[in-house]
Design a protein around this ligand. Structure first.
Ligand code: ADP
Length: 405
């Protein structure tokens, strides 16, 4: 995560141990973001393998408690903090709706207060041990999403859209925001993509096919599939019985989430952030790491958000993943990358100390790269990427490029 982002981060309650924090967001309201958050939590919980919580950050229209039929239950408090409410299947929930005297009353607080409330759900709620905390974000890219992005250590986001949404523009904005904050995008899900005739089972895509997939492709993020408008699902949501929904939708999203905890589960795709651990590629292949924010090459090696790690075999990329920068410790990054089998490191600039350690470890250093990761990879593949040997000398840059090595 970028330094700028880290500066704003707040610590969760000392009794919490939360393995993966995932935000679910959308460009605008009403596309089914809360329903998908609820459904994903339900599917994860149903595997019987994970402890799951939902933080309802959609404080302007908090609908999560209603989906689970727990809107009348009040959270218990203690001197140490507030305990989430538990659903029928034991998912833990916290929402502003659970704290209001009249959950039907509109929440009329101003943005900064609402954003603070969401922060408190992270700092003052005793979630305990969780494998997944899903955060139902308010729609758009306003105060609260920004606060959540800056204050909570998110491991990834899922973006929900619908085909009648003005996908290209609004969703692009959400994607841009995540990329700017260096938060990995797990993928894009299309909700309400079609309806299925209850008589003949024929499927109708009223708003056309493939728009979301095209947006995902263009933005270079995974497409996680779609789900139809389903009257049974709508009815169960209305009754507060989302946990009784048994059709299998969202399999790709579920698999992507599970891979974040169990690398290699469900298919051969590597887990986000945890890929390619310690694997030296097969002979003839080369494993490269590009210091970047996920999209563009970072100017200063030591302060990059992370590394796009790729294996290139016969000029073909056979493996690609983003590995977060684990942080600054003297001489740490070169060893960290060496242990992951990296043979080539590409960056904008790098301090001479780090260059020396890489060289000692037999890792090729290419500095002076700039622009988009994809373009730089193309240049590397075609043999056109040459190191400028750019070593940062001025004090400020030497510090950030150095990895404090
Ligand atoms: P958002 O969080 O994006 O504002 P919600 O999740 O609250 O949207 O969904 C809005 C309404 O649409 C809810 O009543 C929900 O149950 C319904 N809904 C969402 N997706 C579907 C779907 N695929 N099939 C049927 N009803 C849906």
């Amino acid at each position: 995560m970028s330094n700028q982002t880290q500066d704003f981060q707040v610590k969760t309650h000392p009794l919490n141990h939360i393995t993966r924090t995932i935000a679910v967001l959308s460009g605008k309201g009403g596309v089914g973001k809360s329903m998908i958050t609820g459904l994903l939590a339900t599917y994860l919980q149903r595997t019987g393998q994970y402890r799951v919580g939902i933080l309802d950050a959609d404080v302007t229209g908090p609908s999560i408690p209603k989906l689970f039929g727990v809107e009348k239950i009040k959270p218990r408090g203690s001197e140490d903090g507030l305990f989430p409410v538990r659903t029928h299947s034991d998912i833990q929930l916290m929402s502003i709706n659970l704290l209001l005297e009249d959950p039907g009353a509109p929440v009329v607080w101003r943005g900064p207060i609402l954003a603070n409330t969401v922060k408190q759900f992270w700092t003052d709620v005793i979630w305990g041990e969780l494998d997944f905390l899903l955060i139902d974000m308010p729609p758009g890219t306003g105060d609260i999403p920004l606060t959540v992005f800056q204050s909570l250590p998110l491991d990834g986001i899922i973006i929900v859209t619908s085909p009648q949404d003005l996908v290209a523009m609004i969703v692009q904005k959400a994607i841009q925001m995540a990329k700017m904050m260096s938060i990995p995008i797990i993928g894009l899900v299309e909700n309400m993509s079609h309806v299925v005739c209850p008589h003949c089972q024929e499927s109708f895509s009223i708003f056309g096919n493939g728009k979301t997939e095209a947006v995902a492709r263009e933005a270079n993020i995974p497409y996680l599939g779609n789900l139809p408008i389903d009257p049974e699902l709508a009815a169960l949501c209305d009754q507060g019985n989302i946990e009784r929904f048994h059709k299998r939708y969202l399999d790709d999203s579920l698999a992507a989430l599970e891979r974040m905890i169990k690398p290699g589960k469900n298919d051969d795709e590597p887990a986000i952030n945890e890929v390619s651990q310690n694997q030296v590629p097969a002979s003839g292949a080369v494993k490269i790491a590009i210091a970047s924010d996920g999209t563009n090459v970072t100017e200063h090696f030591g302060h990059c958000a992370g590394f796009v790690v790729m294996t290139i075999e016969n000029q073909t990329i056979t493996d690609r993943a983003f590995v977060e920068n684990p942080g600054h410790k003297p001489g740490f990054l070169p060893n960290f990358l060496h242990d992951r089998g990296i043979q080539v490191i590409i960056a904008g600039g790098m301090g001479s100390g780090a260059v020396e350690i890489f060289k000692e470890k037999g890792i090729e250093v290419i500095t002076g790269a700039s622009g988009s990761v994809d373009t730089v990879v193309e240049q590397y593949r075609s043999g056109q990427l040459k190191s400028t040997g750019s070593v940062c000398h001025d004090h400020q840059h030497a510090d950030s490029c150095e990895d404090h090595a």
